[in-house]
Design a protein around this ligand. Structure first.
Ligand code: SF4
Length: 254
């Protein structure tokens, strides 16, 4: 394929940039999931576990139809476990046309679909795309705008707007909150996340993910400065307190 043809195919969403894929159970949605990691993300979270997925140009080109063929291969697994496809990243909404095609293909096969997103690019998601999404795994990385900015390098507002839009249209949401000592753990910050989430009628689960140093080596290998080198892991008492802040609002917390 020539360069111009390639560019046209990328614009049309026929070709996307993928980092990798894996088959996982008990994470990224119900049942056994085919989780596809797309390349490219507009955020720069200080704790990012996948810093090698941040640039779209570092991914491998893949055709939407090829991914849908892979989804088809796992149909028996999805049926047996109540699983499906999860598109993660990076940020899947960096490539909305490609994402839309893959989701459409999966829905045509009758497969449960999820996207794993920060919500920052929620405005890129058309209603048509969201019609093909059964579940949104939405990272709410902070409840206070300044902490969000410090944690991700971006603004909080688009995520809040996206979550409200999802709730208004009846799309199921699982919220994820990464608990980082000294960064996102202030009681007021957690209260702000919990108040917001409690106002979204379609949230069925909240996952509090305790920070650990597992991403560190990747940052170092990539020659990137890792600012959380001295941050301790989130201990059990802190995790209990934060889970309690969500439970106090009647939310189901894991
Ligand atoms: S949104 Fe996810 S992929 Fe993007 S920087 Fe943050 S943790 Fe990394």
């Amino acid at each position: 394929m020539g360069h111009t043809e390639h560019v046209v195919a990328v614009r049309a969403g026929e070709i996307g940039s993928m980092h990798s894929w894996e088959l996982v159970t008990a994470v990224d949605g119900p049942g056994t999931r085919l989780t596809v990691f797309l390349a490219g993300c507009p955020l720069r979270c200080l704790y990012c576990h996948n810093p090698d997925t941040l640039k779209m140009k570092d991914g491998e080109p893949v055709r939407a139809e090829e991914l849908v063929r892979r989804v088809r291969r796992y149909l028996p697994v999805f049926r047996a476990t109540g699983g499906g496809l999860t598109v993660s990243g990076g940020e899947p909404l960096m490539q909305p046309a490609f994402l839309g095609r893959v989701l459409r293909g999966a829905k045509e096969l009758g497969v449960h679909t999820a996207i794993d997103t920060s919500g920052f690019l929620g405005a890129h998601a058309s209603e048509q795309l969201l019609d093909d999404v059964d579940l949104v795994l939405m990272d709410v990385k902070s409840g206070q705008p300044e902490t969000y900015q410090r944690t991700t390098g971006r603004q909080l507002r688009p995520t809040l707007d996206f979550g409200r839009r999802l709730a208004d249209r009846g799309t199921e949401i699982w919220v994820r909150f990464v608990l980082v000592p000294g960064l996102t753990d202030a009681p007021e910050n957690v209260d702000a996340v919990a108040d917001y989430v409690a106002g979204l009628a379609t949230v069925t689960r909240v996952e509090v993910l305790p920070f650990h140093q597992m991403g560190r080596d990747k940052w170092e290998r990539l020659g990137m400065t890792y600012e959380l080198g001295d941050t301790p892991p989130a201990g059990p008492e802190l995790v209990d307190r934060v889970r309690g802040q969500f439970r106090d609002r009647g939310l189901t917390v894991y």
